[in-house]
Design a protein around this ligand. Sequence first.
Ligand code: URA
Length: 214
Amino acid sequence: MSAEETLQQIASEVSACTQCSLHTTRNKSVPGEGPANAEIMLIGEGPGHNENEQGRPFVGAAGNFLNELLAQAGLKREDVWIGNVVKCRPPGNRDPLPEELSACDKHLERQMAALNPKIIITLGRFSMAKFVPGAKISQVHGQMRKVNGRFVIPMFHPAAALHQPQLKTTILADFGKLPDLLDVARRELGQPGPAVVVPKEELPKDDPKQLKLF
Ligand code: URA
């Protein structure tokens, strides 16, 4: 099965999932979305009101700000994969309970295995706790580290940063570092980035070998 087919399969299992009580109050489950070959996987907390209506992650105010943050890194939403630690809305946007997190973790682990992203960005404390338990976001935000062979960058949650001018500046700066961090991850993982196709007419005339194509 291709990564894309596996992700579709997980999404259909998520939509029929009854492993925790959140399925009784959800409108739509939110499995996550993005290209199966995304280099970056962003993991938020859980669907809110708008996500529960639409079945898509980060489509409300926090989502608009997330789009802005991605633009800061020269990325578009379609370039990355976006999901959450829990796939169904906790009523009234309460924190997800331990049993909900653990029931939903099976889906997330399979999504991570299928995507095999170069970088995982955690958004908020619940996804950070999965990878860097006990860390304080004020101390580790924007820093890339390797966890179980994967590069992880904890970031502030966009919803938290949206209304706090100081945090907003910080999270914008953190996302601004992403292109450099992605280069580091690509080098460390020994995998080049996507193929760059340079039109023939743009090749330097004197010494075409100097242009590094990969
Ligand atoms: N906040 C999250 O953590 N996830 C969403 O999908 C939307 C808002």
